[in-house]
Design a protein around this ligand. Sequence first.
Ligand code: GLA
Length: 392
Amino acid sequence: MHLNSKNIEEEFRNRFDSEPVVVESPARVNLIGEHTDYNDGFVLPAAIDKKIILAMAPNGLNSIRMFAVDMDHPYFEAKFPGPFQKSGRGWPDYILGVVDQLEKRSFSIGGFDCLFGGDIPIGAGLSSSAALEGGILTGLNELFSLDLSTLEMAKVGQQAENQFVGVQCGIMDQFANLHGMENSVIRLDCRSLEYSHYPFKREDICILLCDTKIRRELASSEYNVRRQQCEEGASILREFDPSIRNLRDVSHSLLENYRDKLSGVVYNRCRYVLDENQRVLDACNHLLADEIEPFGELMYRSHEGLRDLYEVSCRELDLLVESTIELDEVYGSRMMGGGFGGCTINLVDEHALDRVKEHIRKEYKKKVETTVEFYVAKIGEGAALIGKKQMG
Ligand code: GLA
């Protein structure tokens, strides 16, 4: 189905015979700062113009009726209130997880209907799941007058994923989904949750996403393993400095001093996180000074760290990044999101976009059987009711 709010709304009326509110909820990119959020570090994401559109209304029944127009098995119904079982289908769990969290926090909501569709590729590292969570929360906030701030919604979305879906993700995706702003990236301190919008509006540069189309189940289990390894590193280092809560509190010199107390793998994970946090801070300074070349260099360094120290890349992602190195028109390139597949993010000279795509396509084809898919991402607003911007 071609995506727009009118036909989502129309489809909802046909199916549920009531008047919905309509919400737009975006995907996100992350320029730099990967796997730092759950270590209380820094990230630099932005909401983009790929999105989910949701139509929702209370149904006065003891049920949640959900319809995902893009899915092979589009309908799912759960008895309301919970506790809920996992659906075994994937997508309904993000909705049930959100409702589960709201119930745990004693918010009063009732049964509702919801229909949604979108153009965010699933499993591509663009956070379609956070978009679904943020969209559902924005809708429920309105329908049941929950009075949740965007920050509270981000926390509820993250907890839904941690506790119900079972992925120990940080807060970056949900935060970016709900705090996006046109022409700006968000510098978020994942410890204090203080954030600022940094201008990103060079019209001569575009954000090109290259999708490997690789989707690996491994991603969520390995993600949780990385998180544990970081926690292990922090807990060993805490023996030498009790003020360490997590890797945010570890300096490079402390890490080097006690390197021999850590296994090689745990040292590498910690080293990557410390380096990446510093890269985000440096990248923000470059952004303020409009220095795109050194900013892009940091993206390449980030990719190397993710590949060699954090080990969350894969051959296809590496090939895509490598294929850009010889191109002057590409300022920076790296894998984005959790890893093991999905997309690379590239900062590309707008005038050379077609040539760059052609080069990457050809180089990729020489070595990989699947073809790469391209998306040009425009930075946009966070999740909101259509016709009404949610206030933080
Ligand atoms: C996924 C998680 C985020 C973040 C990234 C890696 O997108 O949902 O919380 O950890 O991976 O930076």
